[in-house]
Write a protein that binds this ligand. Structure first.
Ligand code: F6R
Length: 602
């Protein structure tokens, strides 16, 4: 995910920026850049790939004396990882770096283009710098131009701007994306998280949403909607490892909380007012396609299963899902009117990659849904949709699963539009629900605390059954996988209606059943399945918007109007349950025993 650094002061700036960006490497990126103004002169450098490429490009450059500087690492979300799309973005005499999403960038871009402004990149960020220069031209007041620019932006951002018009000042603003200011004597630092400034600054101020201002002469002037405001600095932490986790105890925990934000990235430029669009899919990918086969492993397989329910139900296209390691050796019959989809977080999973190669040899068209651009699976596929979850460090996948499922939901609507299997009203309902998803993924303190308290009752027993029906069956599989991966307790996901065909024999008070009971999908059916288990004395943890009197424990979810909103909300509950059980058991949440993040062997 993107990272920001900035510095105003007398020290050598290139090294401060490059070191700072190095500290953000763990977040993942595919290009980087820096811009420096000293002696009234702007210098900038950009490079795709590793930071070393940027280091090589800047080898012969060294900054001297007082100046202002900004840097950025970019994880491609909108527009390919190219130098032109890398930050900082240039106007005529100013540079900007930005994290987040400018939701109304298209509208702003069109207005600026109408005034003759030329855009060089495909990014939303470039709009900021042109807007600033457009206002600056009007009365040559750079602070006013910056304030007016910020007022125009909708969406989430953390941004730094430097300009030759005011060469000793860095302008900053934050709304929805993290940004902090570090202080040490007359030196002022900016960063999107603590790590780049630990060891350099001693004090810090964490900007709040809606705050903006400028740094000049070693002083920071801060504003919000009510005008200029004072602020108090805090001592800066010294532990980098802790800081990389943004204060969370584990990367998995951080990634669960990040889901609300990355979902916006996943939808950006794709979920439009009246339809879903994928600029990465050309018109003929679905030509002569009458069926879909999806191959994946583990968590990605679970998202595939959920996607298949949606594709068949809404897009009315037969969809068959297979575990990649099974598919490879079953001598599958493949027809060339089938689109072959692979799903993979890493893009390097050996079984999935081999399955894809087999399908290609059989002449099938291929599409991958993946989190890593330029990975083997992306390169091997005819087309790819990136999930834009940002780097996932916790071995137990969370935000990758959420974004894969979202992409499959979007793909469903995309296919349904093409095949005209969805009417306008239904499409609008689906789009409205999609836009609501980030809110559904917000983790409240109350919910987390509830699962923390509940978790102490689930540290033993002879097993867990996660049960659900329909879309909630894959979620039950995923909930069980999460729990077993990091708690080492036995857990199974099961279709609720199947319990009576065998597994119910295990039911007793030491059998823990986590029942996914959405109100919008077959509530009465799942309710009677849970009643059957309760009658055999199984311990029931019910997750539902509807209070359930037979539950031993109950987590109440919101009365959402769409099954996918219930799906995502319950997903968060199962992730937090696994996390809290694992922490109580003293396990290494991020690196569970016997598991690797990328499974490149068969
Ligand atoms: C579970 C998990 C694994 C992966 C599986 C496939 O939390 O992460 O089950 O989903 O190894 O990996 P990718 O998605 O990289 O192909």
């Amino acid at each position: 995910m993107c990272g920001i650094v900035g510095y105003v002061g007398e020290k050598e700036k290139k090294e401060i920026l490059l070191d700072g960006l190095q500290e953000l490497e763990y977040r993942g990126y595919d290009s980087a850049g820096i811009a420096i103004i000293e002696n009234q002169q702007l210098q900038h450098f950009k490079a795709i790939g590793k930071l070393q490429n940027l280091r090589d490009k800047t080898k012969s450059y060294e900054s001297e004396g007082f100046g202002v500087s900004i840097g950025h690492t970019r994880w491609a979300t909108h527009g390919k990882p190219t130098e032109l799309n890398a930050h900082p973005h240039l106007g005529e005499y100013s540079f900007v770096v930005h994290n987040g999403i400018i939701e109304n960038y298209q509208e702003l871009k069109t207005e600026l283009q109408a005034k003759g402004v030329t855009f060089l990149s495909q990014t939303d960020t470039e709009t900021i710098v042109h807007l600033f220069e457009n206002y600056y031209q009007q009365n040559s007041n750079s602070f006013e131009a910056f304030t007016r620019t910020i007022e125009k932006l909708d969406g989430a951002y953390a941004t730094l701007l430097v300009t030759e018009a005011d060469p000793d000042t860095i302008y900053f603003a934050k709304n929805g994306s993290p940004m902090l200011i570090g202080f040490e004597g007359k030196d002022v630092y900016f960063a999107s998280s603590d790590t780049p400034i630990i060891g350099k600054a001693t004090e810090v101020y964490y900007l709040e949403d809606g705050e903006y201002g400028y740094a000049k002469d070693g002083e920071v002037t801060l504003f919000d909607a009510n005008g200029e405001k004072s602020f108090s600095k805090k001592a800066l932490a010294t532990d980098k490892a802790m800081a990389q986790k943004d204060g969370y105890r584990f990367f998995m925990e951080k990634e669960i909380y990040e889901q609300t934000q990355v979902m916006n990235d996943t939808m950006m430029g794709r979920v439009l007012d009246d339809r879903v669009e994928f600029e990465e899919l050309s018109g003929d990918l679905f030509k002569n396609i009458n069926a879909i086969k999806i191959c994946a492993c583990g968590t990605s397989y679970h998202s595939a299963l959920a996607g298949a329910y949606l594709l068949e139900r809404i897009a009315k296209i037969p969809c068959h899902v297979e575990i990649a390691s099974e598919f490879r050796y079953k001598e599958p019959l493949l027809r060339d009117d089938t689109l072959f989809i692979t799903i993979s977080q890493s893009g390097e999973t050996a079984d999935t990659l081999e399955a894809l190669k087999m399908a290609k040899r059989a002449g099938l068209k291929s599409l991958s849904i993946c989190n890593v651009d330029n990975s083997s699976i992306v390169r091997e596929s005819d087309k790819a949709i990136l999930t834009r979850a940002g780097i996932e460090k916790g071995v137990a996948s969370t935000k990758a699963f959420a974004t894969q499922t979202m992409v499959l939901w979007m793909l469903t609507l995309y296919v349904a539009q093409r095949k005209e299997t969805i009417n306008k009203e239904r499409l609008q309902e689906e789009l409205d629900a999609m836009r609501h998803t980030p809110k559904t993924l917000l983790v409240s303190d109350k919910l987390h605390e509830r699962l923390h308290r509940l978790s102490k009752r689930y540290l033993h027993g002879h097993g867990f059954f996660f049960i659900g029906r329909d879309l909630f069956f894959p979620l039950a599989l995923e909930g069980a996988l999460k729990l077993k991966e990091i708690s080492y307790l036995h857990a199974e996901g099961y279709p609720a209606g199947e319990m009576k065909h065998g597994p119910i024999a295990l039911a007793d008070s030491e059998l823990f059943t986590v029942a996914l009971m959405p109100k919008t999908l077959h509530y009465d059916k799942i309710k009677s399945n849970v009643e059957e288990l309760s009658a055999r004395d199984a311990t029931i943890l019910a997750i539902s918007p509807e209070p359930f009197e037979l539950a031993d424990d109950f987590v109440q979810t919101t009365h959402d109007e769409h099954p996918m909103l219930e799906f995502f909300e319950m997903m968060v509950v199962t992730q937090l349950l696994a996390l809290e059980v694992s922490i109580r058991l003293g396990n290494d949440v991020d690196m569970p025993r016997n598991l690797a993040k990328s499974v490149t062997v068969e």
